[in-house]
Ligand binder design. Structure first.
Ligand code: BYC
Length: 309
């Protein structure tokens, strides 16, 4: 082991942060680029299912709040792309990887948002699951990612409350509204649990990512925390979690649940979910249609540089 590797191992062992200027193993850098770029893409693609409801939000207030939330997601994407850039990849390369299918984004965003109650379910369950994952990632070993997570989590907790407020309004509203809330929960429950990734036994990156403290807790561990936290919130709403085997286990102190449909998960991850094609096509089209903005910004920067020089 040379002195660089030793210095890196010391940082990990002592729970300090790895910074962009530090030497790091190539595989550590690549693993982070993979995870952080996928995280960034998720934030950006995740704006689409919600954007679908901006023009149909039922009041001016709900429209303003939803718009603010979606803008926050864009901001999260930008922080995360910047984090990935510190590891030596460009935005252009990341977008190319997204468009070619080499880079993934979270499976959850390949489901359609069919009713206004889905805006409640997305904020409550999707942002709720994201917070559980991201609070853990605040302690990740890469400094810029860890600091980005601190800020993102603050905003996500507002998003979770925004979603839960919609669920409260719907669940305590008319019988039709309550039915819509239940239907949204039925459709989003299992996909939200899949956000945590495959079972630990099938998580190929788990061993190395945990050893390097990129991930601090396993997929199953975080998923269980989310279930335990969310079931009482559903009970308060008077809604039923769509799992007949969901039951509190006095011995373990956790909720037991049915096995998940992993075929469905891999099907969506591999590009065959209900909206995969639509989401990517939309992103590609926006990227293409807005090329002139990038060109104008580059031309302006070149001109200003010439003037300064
Ligand atoms: N979807 O070995 P594993 C938001 C892939 S957005 C798709 O366990 P890892 C919001 C995984 O990439 C916040 N793919 O991997 C925005 C790997 O394939 P590759 C989203 C998945 O990385 C707008 C393979 O399966 N949060 O909050 O150790 C509106 C094996 O998995 C998924 C993040 O992005 C999935 N669900 O652990 C509202 C969190 N799960 O890459 C809300 C950051 C797994 O080898 N990411 N795969 O081809 C992570 O924490 C980790 O990457 C994961 C997976 C826990 C997701």
């Amino acid at each position: 082991m040379d002195k660089f590797e030793k210095a890196f191992n010391d940082i990990i062992e002592k729970d300090l942060k790895v910074e962009p200027r530090d030497w790091m193993p190539e595989k550590y850098r690549k693993t982070l680029i993979r995870q952080v770029s996928q995280h960034a893409h998720s934030e950006i693609i995740g704006m689409q299912p919600e954007g679908n409801w901006l023009l149909r939000a039922p009041s001016l207030r709900s429209k303003q709040v939803l718009l603010a939330k979606i803008q926050d997601e864009a901001g999260h994407g930008l922080y995360l792309y910047s984090v990935a850039e510190t590891l030596g990849i460009t935005r252009q390369e990341m977008n190319a990887q997204l468009h070619s299918g080499e880079a993934k984004y979270s499976s959850i965003f390949n489901y359609p948002t069919l009713t206004w109650a889905d805006m409640g379910a997305v904020g409550w369950l999707v942002d709720g699951a994201a917070i559980v994952n991201q609070v853990s990632l605040q302690r990740t070993s890469y400094g810029p990612y860890s600091r980005g997570m601190v800020r993102i989590c603050k905003e996500e907790s507002f998003h979770q409350r925004q979603g839960y407020e919609i669920m409260v309004q719907m669940a305590f509203g008319t019988p039709e509204q309550k039915e819509m809330a239940q239907d949204a929960l039925n459709r989003f429950w299992e996909p939200a649990l899949m956000m945590f990734g495959p079972h630990d036994a099938d998580s190929v990156h788990k061993g190395q990512s945990m050893a390097w403290k990129i991930k601090r807790e396993s997929n199953d561990h975080l998923r269980q925390r989310f279930i335990d936290r969310t079931v009482p919130q559903a009970e308060f709403l008077g809604l039923t979690i769509p799992d007949e085997n969901l039951k509190f286990n006095e011995e373990t102190g956790h909720y037991d649940h049915s096995p998940f449909n992993w075929d469905e998960f891999w099907n969506v991850v591999n590009g065959n979910g209900p909206c995969n094609e639509q989401r990517l096509d939309h992103h590609k089209k926006a990227h293409h249609d807005n090329a002139w903005v990038r060109e104008a910004a580059a031309a302006y920067a070149a001109k200003t540089e010439t003037i300064v020089a």
